[in-house]
Design a protein. Structure first.
Length: 659
């Protein structure tokens, strides 16, 4: 796992020390080495440098380069120096910087060798990208099985090709303008290198307040976008503003292949085992996260069956409502793993918050980032690579809200739209926003899309601040829903795999694990595995009450029905209780700080009312998710510094937020 950075400014010099500052900000992603390519397009001058010292790049030429590619390396596959990046072809006119792992690299290498390509490295997956791009062009991405964000620069064609994996496991930020194009694994590298300004995007801020994260293509800063999951783009480096991203893969909801159900399940189990074994390839120590849920336990079961004891790691909680540690111990004992457990306390949260905030370059309100960081830190003391169970809920329709929306669909689908609207209005009168039960009432809607969208969206702050609706805030889900076929739960799971997985789940895992230089691999996020699951009839994946039926059947024989049939717990933090107890003063002081960004965008009386509602408790809704959303925004702004935003663009007292 690594960090990448690039800047291409034809005819405009790039300040080399500033570029190295940007690359240095990615050292946590790649502590094992750095590499830089310097080039000038006009005269063809080119120089790769590995492990450069500060200031050393100035000595090469009087004139600054107008092309620079940088790489911070975490050595996982092929630890030799020959596999260092940036890496080129034999002629030196195609270069690549790459973050991720290509699990089918050996197969692709054999194909390329048969086609006449010559390799310098022993088994580097990076070199497969160089020769693969030479041979297949941008269709290379369709052959890759892995997690990746990479950039391929063709000096011959004057093009830059960027690509991101199908589930957004690896990030890629991009900024373009008249002066050129720059890209990076993390936003902080673009900031440290001086490539972008810290001007907050009102649209992105609105998206954050609605979702708790910022979906691609937007980023928190104007002028910077994120390449979306399963997208690639070819950019003419002489005219970088003329580009169009291409989506090269979408998850299937149901593949009507007319094969027997038993065969479909057999093929799914084969693909599952293959996916896990592929992700066990490593030249460094390897382990697994084990929450005690069905997904991570399934992964550990297959790892254990491959031979040798598995290192497993668990975060637990004192609050039994959130704790699955005892189930993780059951699984660890069953599969004879080397098991380590850490219990998360409120004080742990306060200690690690400043660390986490430095690694999430954008506002991010998923509080499970905290235990994810802690389990990553614990694992990194023993291993360099860890497998996780992320993606199982989307793979096999496992979320509890699928069951709720499925029942609503069966009931409301028989009613005319006017009757549903009337029922919704009556229910909202009985259950005002501040009362318990409103969360379920809010899911009432006239269509599957509306109900699904309300699950992932919260208009509370948008209504308070009066955002300009023409900005398209919160519209990401509509576009994805319209692009996805199928109906009901299958369609929801497909949309979630394109929305929640890349924009929240993988952001959380990538930043938390990379903060400690740990590579996390998610074998359940495999496109061929998703396609195999889509061939299984829905009733054998989700029966209306429970999802993940193939996992349940597989684990029940080993761990019993009590293990597999218990309610889903998730990986949440008990914020509600902590905000009423050990974190109460911290929450109050942070959210009501008159000099903070929260005071700029949300009326103080509304924030104070949210706090009172949460502390009141009985009869009121738990407001911890909203309070944490504001808390995370405030803390983010403290870390990254206040952006000089004009008051008319970003002020709670104004009528709207405008570009």
């Amino acid at each position: 796992m690594c960090g990448i950075l690039g800047a291409i400014r034809p005819g405009c010099g790039i300040e080399t020390d500033a570029f190295l500052d940007g690359l240095e900000s990615l050292r946590h992603r790649g502590p094992d080495g750095r590499g830089v390519l310097l080039a000038r397009l006009r005269d063809g001058w080119l120089r790769p440098v590995y492990d450069p010292a500060p200031g050393s790049l100035r000595t090469f030429e009087r004139e600054d380069p107008d092309v620079m590619l940088g790489h911070a390396r975490l050595s996982i596959i092929d630890l030799s120096s020959v596999a260092s990046q940036p890496m080129s072809n034999e002629r030196g006119d195609v270069w690549v910087v790459f973050n991720g792992e290509i699990y089918n690299h050996a197969e692709l290498r054999r194909n390329l060798v048969a086609l006449g390509h010559r390799f310098r490295t022993d088994h580097s997956d990076t070199e497969v990208l160089v020769h693969g791009y030479e041979e297949w062009g941008e269709t290379l991405v369709e052959r890759l099985r892995g997690m990746f964000a990479f950039a391929t620069l063709s000096l011959r064609d004057r093009t830059l090709f960027l690509a991101r994996d199908r589930f957004g496991e690896k990030p890629l930020y991009l900024a373009m303008g008249l002066r050129g194009v720059c890209f990076a694994s993390e936003l902080k590298a673009l900031l440290a290198g001086g490539f972008v300004e810290r001007e907050i995007s009102p649209q992105a801020l609105g998206d954050y307040l609605v979702h708790g994260f910022i979906p691609a293509p937007r980023s928190i800063f104007k002028g910077v976008i994120k390449l979306a999951a399963a997208q690639c783009v070819t950019i003419d480096i002489e005219h970088p503003d003329n580009y169009r991203p291409r989506t090269y893969w979408r998850p299937s909801t149901y593949l009507d292949t007319a094969i027997p159900a038993e065969q479909a399940i057999e093929e799914f189990n084969h693909e599952l085992n293959r996916s896990i074994l592929m992700r066990m390839q490593s030249d460094v120590p390897l382990g697994a996260f084990l929450s005690g849920g069905l997904d991570s336990t399934t992964v550990v079961k297959h790892m254990a069956s491959a031979g040798g004891p598995v290192n497993t790691f668990t975060i637990g909680f004192r609050d039994a409502k959130y704790d699955e540690a005892r189930y993780a111990r059951m699984a660890a004992n069953c599969y004879r793993t080397r098991h380590l457990v850490q219990i998360l306390q409120p004080d742990d949260m306060l200690r690690v918050l400043p660390i986490i905030e430095r690694h999430y370059d954008e506002p991010f309100a998923d509080s499970s980032a905290i235990p994810t960081y802690l389990v990553s830190r614990m694992a990194r003391e023993t291993v360099t690579v860890a497998l996780s169970g992320d993606g199982g809920d989307e793979l096999l329709c496992g979320y509890g809200y699928y069951r709720i929306l499925h029942r609503m669909e069966r009931i409301l689908g028989r009613l005319p739209v006017p009757a549903i609207d009337l029922l919704s209005k009556m229910a909202r009168r009985l259950y005002p926003k501040a009362t318990r039960g409103y969360g379920l009432i809010n899911l009432l809607g006239s269509s599957d899309h509306e109900r699904h969208s309300r699950h992932w969206s919260d208009d509370h702050f948008i209504n308070k601040v009066h955002f300009d609706r023409s900005l398209g805030i919160g519209d990401s889900l509509r576009g994805l829903w319209d692009e996805t076929g199928g109906a009901g739960v299958e369609r929801m799971s497909a949309v979630d795999s394109r929305f929640y997985v890349p924009e929240d789940l993988m952001v959380k895992v990538d930043r938390a694990s990379m903060a400690v230089s740990l590579e996390v691999r998610s074998p359940l996020l495999d496109h061929l595995l998703f396609e195999a699951a889509a061939r299984i009839p829905l009733v054998l994946r989700f029966d209306g009450r429970l999802g993940k039926i193939p996992f349940r059947r597989s684990l029940e024989a080993d761990l019993g029905s009590d293990f597999v049939d218990r309610p889903k717990s998730g990986f949440a933090v008990p914020l509600g209780a902590w905000f009423k107890g050990p974190l109460r003063d911290q929450m109050h002081d942070t959210l009501l700080d008159p000099a903070g960004i929260v005071s700029d965008i949300v009326p103080r009386q509304d924030v104070a009312r949210l706090i009172r509602m949460h502390l009141r408790g009985w009869g009121s809704r738990d407001q911890s998710h909203r309070l944490w959303r504001l808390f995370a925004l405030q803390r983010w702004n403290q870390v990254f510094g206040r952006a000089p935003t004009p008051p008319h663009q970003l002020n709670a007292r104004s009528a709207s937020l405008n570009i």
